[in-house]
Design a binder for this molecule. Sequence first.
Ligand code: NAD
Length: 247
Amino acid sequence: MRLDGKKILITAAGQGIGRASAEACAREGAEVIATDINEELLGDLGGERIETARLDVTSADEIAELSARIGQLDGLFNCAGVVHSGSVLDIADSEWERAFDLNVTAMMRLTRTCLPGMIERAEEAGTASILNMSSMASSIKGFTNRAVYGASKAAVIGLTKSIAADFVTKGIRCNALCPGTVDTPSLRERIAKAADPAQAERDFIARQPMGRLASVDDIVPMVVYLLSDESRFVSGQAVLVDGGVTI
Ligand code: NAD
């Protein structure tokens, strides 16, 4: 019960890393508010210590409404994000704006809304933790066809370090998580859409030196650690869980 007594909000918890994180945090004793824009995906997630709620992280109104309803938090995992494929020559302004809106601006808005309550919780509990989903791909190590994605996920690291620096004396810790390639529904969609899906899958695996994709179970132990008090001396870090890509 490494998260006993903690109230944690997770975005994009309908599938993939967000969903596995919600389940893992509840198993470790947290009271989890698992949110997603897609309520159908949240359907079978509710259970002991998990409350589900619709949240489109790009909607300022939905953020304000949910935050007022759930009250103060000990943990916030900003997991929602979108992968845009293409080089800088392929980016339409609207795609750039959408990627930054979802991957960065939404994270800033939700954090700005939840932070005052988290500071109050940290005064009582000693610490509260914000975890922001970044990525290894093109924010830490360059990859082809990830221009918008890399730029937005690098911005997440800058936002993370700024929050960490501004609130370190208030008991707030803020870290960014940078996974390698993780086998999730959206990765499967990207593979299926490729001209040669079998080759696309081989290419994703080939860039992982351990010779396999990550599963969500490779990633969630770090999520639990960074949201727990075990990481109480860790803040402002871009934490790589990438199967050795950046060795
Ligand atoms: P996914 O992409 O399969 O699922 C994303 C979830 O986000 C879906 O449930 C979807 O409904 C939800 N979502 C989409 N728009 C939303 C919005 N506006 N508001 C709230 N929820 C919304 O899951 P994943 O692959 O685990 O990715 C989760 C995060 O991890 C993303 O930020 C992604 O960039 C990051 N990431 C993924 C990988 C990977 O290889 N899968 C690697 C590094 C980082």
